[in-house]
Design a protein around this ligand. Structure first.
Ligand code: BGC
Length: 725
């Protein structure tokens, strides 16, 4: 097999690292803190010259990003190892965000699967492919909680909820890193620390102001979960958090991460985020920015060039402490040692392995499976599944959009290797599919409508493939309106007016506003941006070979004015009673309901699930106790299917006000038609803990309501009391 034995034991690693550190000059130590990007593949603005080979030879570079391929990485590694004084190997990093060559659905879509096994498996595959191409380290998982769909980077995370986000964060770290004992394991980098997703008005790189309690209870849990799962590295975020940019935020990196959580790995800045402190206005110049970041706990300077330029002098002059440098270098060398790079610096640079590891049939199967599980059926008035023999008019600019299917961050995914909906439908319904693009994603040309309407007239059903391109979401891609881009809404309405049933397959990197879209279709299947195997997964779902099982990991607003809207909101002193028209002096809008278009956790199926005999096994528990909650889930429809059973809790009274409900458990369950299964959940007092005004994290005695069902509007199934003793 490919795999060598684990490199060395922890104590051997420590001894090796200490010995090496003892031999390093100040410049060589600082060199380990320096990371440059290849200038051929930039993932941010170019900030200076590329490192010269002389710098590699002088040991002035610790890591490179965006250099990919067994051969390219080997060439540079040879220079670092053979031609520098101490031969310290380089660490090669890349954004492997939702696949390397085999591209899985965007991360938000994956989260909609609620399938931790499939998600972990996707990262295992991503790591297998990337590691074979010389990559040691991915800048993932991105675990930023996001409650504002205008923010384009919502596509990269797991949505709005800390409980689901934490479970997924752990699964991803396990998938990438394994036990870090195989050359197919890569280091994870949890990002962006922290609260980057709380950007005001959804604008990327923008200010965040988050109260400490909300930071601790909403934004930080997925980071903590990833650290507990063994993540070796973290990335500091671009944003200004409560007045202190994250890259200079000692409260985050020193107090919380290292002191409270005991993190022993290293922190890399985001791209140039050290020197961006000058723009933020908390440093006068790059030198001061370097001082602030170094003191606050950033170990590696990505692309900023400030550490290399200023740290040696600052340390020599006694402005900065040398011990801090030793800690940072130790953590970076330890990561290299854990990957086995001191034993074999070329462990990840094997061209034969590189070739055979990519796009393997089992990788494609896994991508198809996860894409199938990620799609969410939002509406179905009977048009789905399609019936055999139906003549299909496939219309829309995303029907055959190979590149768009890959989403933002495509690593080494290739449009040419992407299977589209058009190709897949033509394969499963030969001779029955007619295709017309109708219009482009963003253009305003209506010329294509005529052909689209013609083929619609001749068909039994219209499948409209509409939505966002890959460029509508991702880094630096914020939108202020969330309808269908361009004139796609007009096309959809024209198709609807033909009177033929319209099945909308919606592609997007975020929740969209669907108030005008829903009335113009009979069925709506949300595909997100599904990756390499988009087409086969969607065709399986449309034709009923597979049954939709995805559930929204984020709330869909009715309009942009409702944002931010999320299920775990606080109650208010003047809540609007449910199901009643707007009341004066209550918390509501003049012009729209408080409820979302689709709630968190929502998703339809081709079968029907019933929840029976739900109940709790105890009316009260002590602080050390647990309460069991059980329910019988029955598949009452005529198809096999999967349901995501969700458990929510409301803490009725808290010294700090509590959300109206919080997700505390979920299980994704497969049931054959007619089958029933009893499911059991358990809650302990610790599961009910929250941050208090004095920042202690503990549960409070009192009464709790329990809700169980298929989305965040699940009915109450019982209550219990948590006793103080
Ligand atoms: C992004 C990070 C990414 C880095 C390196 C930055 O612009 O914010 O998420 O890992 O670039 O590509």
């Amino acid at each position: 097999m490919l795999f060598a034995a684990p490199p060395v034991t922890n104590s051997q690693i420590e001894a090796k690292v200490s010995a090496l550190l003892g031999r390093m000059t100040l410049e060589e130590k600082v060199g380990q803190l320096v990371q440059y990007s290849s200038s051929e593949e930039l993932t941010g603005p170019l900030l200076g010259k590329n490192p010269t080979l002389a710098e590699l030879k002088a040991g002035r570079v610790g890591s490179l990003l965006n250099v990919v391929g067994a051969k390219a990485t080997r060439n540079l590694q040879e220079i670092a190892v053979k031609e520098s004084r101490l031969g310290v190997p380089l660490l090669f990093g890349l954004d492997v965000i939702h696949g390397f060559r085999t591209i899985f659905p965007i991360n938000l879509g994956q989260a909609a699967s609620w399938d931790l096994v499939a998600i972990e498996g996707s990262e295992r595959i991503a790591a297998t492919e990337a590691s074979a191409a010389g990559i040691h380290w991915t800048f993932a998982p991105m675990v930023d909680i996001a409650r504002d769909p205008r923010w384009g980077r919502i596509a990269e995370g797991a949505g709005e909820d800390p409980f689901l986000g934490s479970a997924i964060a752990k699964a991803r770290v396990r998938g990438f890193q394994g036990n870090l004992d195989q050359p197919s394991n890569i280091l994870a980098c949890v990002k962006h620390f922290a609260a980057y997703g709380a950007a005001q008005a959804g604008r990327d790189y923008w200010t965040t102001e988050v109260p400490e309690i909300t930071l601790r209870d909403v934004y930080l849990p997925p980071f903590k979960a990833a650290v507990d799962a063994g993540a070796v590295t973290l990335m500091s975020a671009f944003n200004d958090l409560n007045g202190i940019p994250c890259t200079a935020n000692g409260f985050l990196m020193d107090q919380i991460l290292r002191k409270e959580w005991g993190f022993k790995g290293f922190v890399v800045s985001d791209w140039g985020s050290i020197i961006e402190m000058v723009s933020h206005g908390n440093a006068a110049d790059d030198r001061e920015a370097a001082i602030l970041s170094y003191r606050a706990g950033v170990d590696m300077d990505m692309e900023g060039r400030a550490y290399l330029k200023y740290l040696p002098d600052l340390i020599r002059k006694g402005v900065l402490k040398p011990e801090r440098l030793d800690e940072a270098v130790k953590a970076i060398l330890t990561a290299k040692a854990r990957l086995g790079l001191f034993e074999d610096p070329y462990r990840y640079c094997d061209e034969a392995r590189e070739k055979q590891a990519q796009l393997r049939p089992e990788h494609l199967d896994a991508a198809r499976n996860l894409a199938t599980k990620s799609c969410v059926l939002l509406k179905n008035e009977g048009a789905l599944p399609l019936r055999a023999g139906q003549r299909i008019a496939l219309v829309g600019p995303l029907s055959d959009a190979r590149h768009d299917m890959l989403g933002s961050w495509e690593a080494r995914g290739l449009p040419a290797e992407t299977r589209t909906l058009k190709a897949a439908l033509e394969q499963v319904a030969p001779g029955k599919v007619q295709f017309a693009e109708g219009c482009s994603i963003e253009g305003r040309q209506r010329d294509g409508f005529t052909k689209a309407l013609e083929i619609a007239q001749e068909a039994d059903v219209i499948v409209a493939a509409l939505g966002e391109s890959r460029e509508h979401s991702g880094e630096g891609h914020t939108r202020s309106s969330l309808g269908l881009p361009g004139i796609q809404q007009e096309l959809l309405e024209a198709l609807h007016r033909t009177g033929k049933p319209v099945v909308l397959v919606l592609f997007s990197g975020r929740p969209l506003v669907l108030e005008n879209v829903l009335p113009a279709c009979e069925a709506l299947l949300l595909g997100w941006l599904p990756g390499t195997m988009a087409g086969p997964a969607l065709a399986d779902l449309l034709t009923g070979v597979a049954n939709p099982s995805g559930k929204l990991p984020v709330t869909f607003p009715r309009n942009v004015g409702q944002i931010p809207i999320f299920y775990a909101h606080k109650p208010s002193g003047r809540p609007q009673p449910e199901g009643v028209v707007r009341e004066q002096y209550k918390s509501n809008y003049l012009d729209v309901a408080n409820t979302p278009m689709f709630p968190f956790g929502f998703g339809l199926s081709y079968t029907r699930f019933a929840y029976k005999n739900a109940g709790l096994d105890a009316p009260e528990i002590s602080m050390g106790g647990r309460v069991g909650i059980s329910v019988s889930l029955v598949n009452q429809g005529d198809r096999d299917g999967e349901e995501v059973v969700q458990l929510y809790v409301r803490d009725r009274v808290g010294s700090v006000t509590r959300p109206v409900r919080e997700l505390k458990g979920f299980q994704k369950v497969f049931l054959r038609k007619g089958e029933a299964k009893t499911l059991r959940f358990e809650l302990s007092a610790a599961d009910l803990a929250f941050s208090h005004a004095d920042m202690s994290f503990k549960p409070e005695a009192g009464s709790f309501d329990v809700f169980l069902g298929g989305d965040s509007r699940a009915p109450k199934v019982g209550e219990f009391i948590l006793r103080a003793n």
